[in-house]
Write a protein that binds this ligand. Structure first.
Ligand code: NAP
Ligand code: HSE
Length: 430
C-alpha cells in the first residue's frame, strides 16, 4: 500500500511538540504498522515568532484555523491547543467536514463529549480522546475494549499529575506548596490556569469522562462533589502518617441501582492501599468490575512525551479506521439513563480534626453530636494544641452518609473550630 495520511496539528505546546517528536522518531515503525506514511502537513500556533525545539519545516506553521480545517487533503485533526470554546468549535467543524479527530482536551470532552461523539457517528468519522484522562495510561481504551465484557461498579483514581506531584514533593522533600506548583508548571504538568488542577476541576472533568464510559450513562460534571487541595491544613499530612494514612487527591465514582456518585477531594488513603504508593506526576486508576474483581492501571499522568504517546496511539487508530474504511462504525449510544445518587446514600468513614477549649465536659458535648446524628465513632484522640487552654481532638467515624457528615460538621462548628476533615479511603475494597 502506498498511501500518505496528512495531519493538521492544532497546537505545538507541551503535548503538541511531543506528538511531533514521536511521529518523527517513530516514522518507520508507524509506517510498518499501518502500511501508510503519516505526516504533519500543517500546525496551528498562536505566535509564529516563538522559538521552537522542532524538526518540522517552518512552512507548515500557520495562525489560521481555516487554512487547516478547510484543507481537503488533511484527513486527521489533532486538537492539542487547550481551552474550551475555540477548541470545541474546531473539533465540531472538523467532524462536520468528515475528518477524523484526536483530542487531549478533557475540558471539552467533559462538557461536550456526548454530543461530539454523536456528531462523529452521524458523520461517519471517529473522535478519539485517550490523552484526555491520565496522560500516558490507556484508560479509555481499557474501559472501551479491555473491560468491555465486564460491568464496572466503581473506580477511583489519582487522575491529576500536578496535585499528586505537589503532595509528593511537600510530603517527601519538604517543598512548600508554591515551590512544588512552580516546578510542576515548569515541567509542563499544570494546566494553563493551574487553579483547574489545584481546585480539583481538572480531575472532576476526568472523573466525568470515565464515569460516562464505565457506566454507559451521560454523567454530568456539575454533579461531581469537588474539594480542592487548598483544604489541606498544616499538620494534616503528619497526623495522617501517624495514623497509617497518606493524603491523596482522589477521584471516586461509584454506581449502583440508586444512581451514580462522583467526587474529587483530598482523602485519607490507607498506606497499605496500592493508590497510596502512587507518587509524583504518576496517576493510577483502580477499577472494580463484577467479573474481573479489582484491577489497577498505573503510569505517568502528565508531561509531554507520556501524553503524546496516547495522542499518537489515537492517531494510529484513526489511520487504521481510515485505511480499513471503518471510520464512524463504533457506536457511542449510551445504554442507561443518568441518575445521580443523593448524599443520604453515599457512605464513607470520616476523619475530623477539631480545636476545642481544654475544659471539663467538652468531649461529652461533642460526642453527643455524633451519637445524636446516629454516627458511631471508631477512634477519639486528644492532643495538646499550640494555643494555651486549647486541645486538638481527632475523631474517626465508622461508615456514615455524606449527609450525616455535613450535619455533624454544621453542629460541631457551634462548639469547636473544625480544622480539617477528610473522607477515609482504602480500609476496605471498593
Ligand atoms: P500548551 O503547552 O499551553 O500548548 C498550547 C498550544 O496551542 C501552543 O502551541 C499554542 O500556541 C497553541 N494555541 C493555544 N491557543 C491557540 C489559539 N487560540 N490559536 C492558535 N494556537 C493556539 O498546552 P499543553 O500543555 O500542550 O496542553 C494542550 C491540551 O492537552 C490541553 O487541552 C491540556 O489540558 C491537554 N493535556 C495536557 C497534558 C499535559 O501534561 N500538559 C496532559 C494531558 C492533556 P503558541 O505555541 O504559539 O503559544
Ligand atoms: N494538568 C493535568 C495534570 C495534565 O496535571 O494531570 C494532564 O491531564
Amino acid at each position: 500500500m502506498n498511501r500518505e495520511i496528512s495531519i493538521g496539528l492544532l497546537g505545538l505546546g507541551t503535548v503538541g511538540s511531543g506528538v511531533a517528536k514521536i511521529i518523527e522518531n517513530h516514522r518507520e515503525s508507524m509506517q510498518h504498522k499501518l502500511g501508510a506514511k503519516v505526516s504533519i502537513s500543517k500546525v496551528l500556533v498562536k505566535n509564529l515568532d516563538k522559538q521552537r525545539d522542532t524538526d518540522l519545516d517552518p512552512s507548515v506553521f500557520t495562525t489560521s484555523m481555516e487554512e487547516i480545517l478547510d484543507d481537503p487533503s488533511i484527513q486527521i485533526i489533532v486538537e492539542v491547543m487547550g481551552g474550551i470554546e475555540e477548541a470545541h468549535d474546531a473539533i465540531e467543524r472538523a467532524l462536520k467536514a468528515g475528518k477524523q479527530v484526536v483530542t487531549a482536551n478533557k475540558d471539552v470532552m467533559a462538557m461536550y463529549g456526548q454530543p461530539l461523539l454523536k456528531l462523529a457517528d452521524e458523520k461517519q468519522c471517529d473522535l478519539f480522546y485517550e490523552a484526555s484522562v491520565a496522560g500516558g495510561i490507556p484508560i479509555i481504551r481499557t474501559l472501551e475494549d479491555g473491560l468491555a465484557s465486564d460491568r464496572i461498579s466503581a473506580l477511583m483514581g489519582i487522575v491529576n499529575g500536578t496535585t499528586n506531584y505537589i503532595l509528593t514533593k511537600m510530603d517527601q522533600e519538604g517543598m512548600t506548596y508554591d515551590e512544588a506548583l512552580a516546578k510542576a508548571t515548569e515541567l509542563g504538568y499544570a494546566e494553563a490556569d493551574p487553579s483547574a488542577d489545584v481546585d480539583g476541576l481538572d480531575a472532576a472533568r476526568k472523573i466525568t469522562i470515565l464515569s460516562s464510559l464505565a457506566y454507559s450513562s451521560a454523567a454530568r460534571l456539575e454533579d461531581v462533589f469537588v474539594r480542592g487541595m487548598k483544604e489541606i491544613r498544616n499538620g494534616d499530612m503528619e497526623i495522617a502518617s501517624r495514623l497509617g494514612y497518606t493524603i491523596k487527591m482522589l477521584g471516586t465514582s461509584k454506581a449502583d441501582e440508586e444512581g451514580i456518585e462522583m467526587s474529587v477531594e483530598p482523602v485519607f488513603m490507607k498506606q497499605s492501599h496500592p493508590l497510596a504508593g502512587v507518587h509524583n506526576e504518576y496517576n493510577a486508576v483502580y477499577i472494580h468490575g463484577d467479573a474481573v474483581g479489582e484491577t489497577m492501571l498505573y503510569g505517568p499522568g502528565a508531561g509531554s512525551l507520556p501524553t503524546a504517546t496516547s495522542v499518537v496511539s489515537d492517531i494510529i487508530e484513526a489511520c487504521r479506521s481510515l485505511l480499513l474504511g471503518v471510520s464512524g462504525k463504533r457506536p457511542h449510544d449510551l445504554q442507561y439513563d443518568y441518575r445521580v445518587k443523593s448524599p443520604e446514600l453515599r457512605y464513607s468513614q470520616y476523619f475530623h480534626r477539631l480545636l476545642v477549649e481544654d475544659e471539663v465536659g467538652v468531649l461529652t458535648k461533642l460526642t453527643a453530636i455524633y451519637s445524636g446524628s446516629g454516627a458511631s465513632l471508631r477512634s477519639v484522640i486528644q492532643e495538646p494544641a499550640e494555643q494555651a487552654g486549647k486541645a486538638e481532638l481527632i475523631l474517626l467515624t465508622h461508615s456514615i452518609s455524606r449527609k450525616q457528615h455535613l450535619d455533624i460538621m454544621e453542629q460541631l462548628e457551634q462548639h469547636a473550630e473544625v480544622l480539617s476533615h477528610y473522607r477515609i479511603e482504602g480500609e476496605d475494597t471498593l
